[in-house]
Design a protein around this ligand. Sequence first.
Ligand code: G1P
Length: 268
Amino acid sequence: MPKEMLPIVDKPLIQYAFEEAHRAGIEQFIFVTGRNKDAIENHFDLSYELDQTLSEKQKISALASTSEWLPPTGSIVYLRQRAPLGLGHAVWCARDVVGDEPFAVILADDLIDAPTPCLSQMIAAHAEIPNANMAAVMNVAREKTSSYGILETNERQKQLVKALGLVEKPSPEKAPSTTAVIGRYILQPSIFDVLENQAGGAGGEIQLTDALSSMLPTTDFYGFEFEGKRYDCGEVPGFLEANIALALARNDFSASVRSKLTALLEEA
Ligand code: G1P
């Protein structure tokens, strides 16, 4: 089971990422996947047998939920990263499909719940700095810096934080700040040439953070302090937290979830 297909309440993580991009006005979607991730492709396709059954049973709203959100055919491209060589390598795999224009990257396991989708907030802010690279950032506890790309920074303008340097997964002692990159990026296509020749970095992987850092002399990098709550669904506690928080926010069953949780806490 690809982790992107794990459900948060009643939709897989990857669908949250897709919906965020779609609401932000993205029209072409590129999924960089690997072997055994066919479930993702199938999720973004019609489910004939299921639709037939739902239609026979007159389950109209369930029927709508299986496909009415699908993007037009031809707007999704799937690419395989043959070996897990890092995030920078995964992005580089999309070079020919992206072509020569700025593009956005979403890491589906960073789920961001926000009234205005995080990527929409970023696209609006990026209009002020159209030639720069940008990523969502948030403050993290110092003991967590070794899980993130960390900015070296001292300039702030509203929600924009200009980077003097970037370092991937520094130890808490070496981290230049606690401003951490979260999985949303708006990138310039010139990054592909940098990634092409990029050596392995932290964990031996080709790191996007290293490419962004080496571009700094010619291309500014800004962190964007988004409004919204981020859940780290790549870790079990964050995944469970997202499920509980989003279930509690649902009008249709929050009362029942709340009473079950209260009962569980009393028993624990
Ligand atoms: C990736 C990036 C890292 C970033 C993080 C956000 O790391 O390499 O810079 O801070 O996503 O979630 P990963 O979590 O894939 O190890």
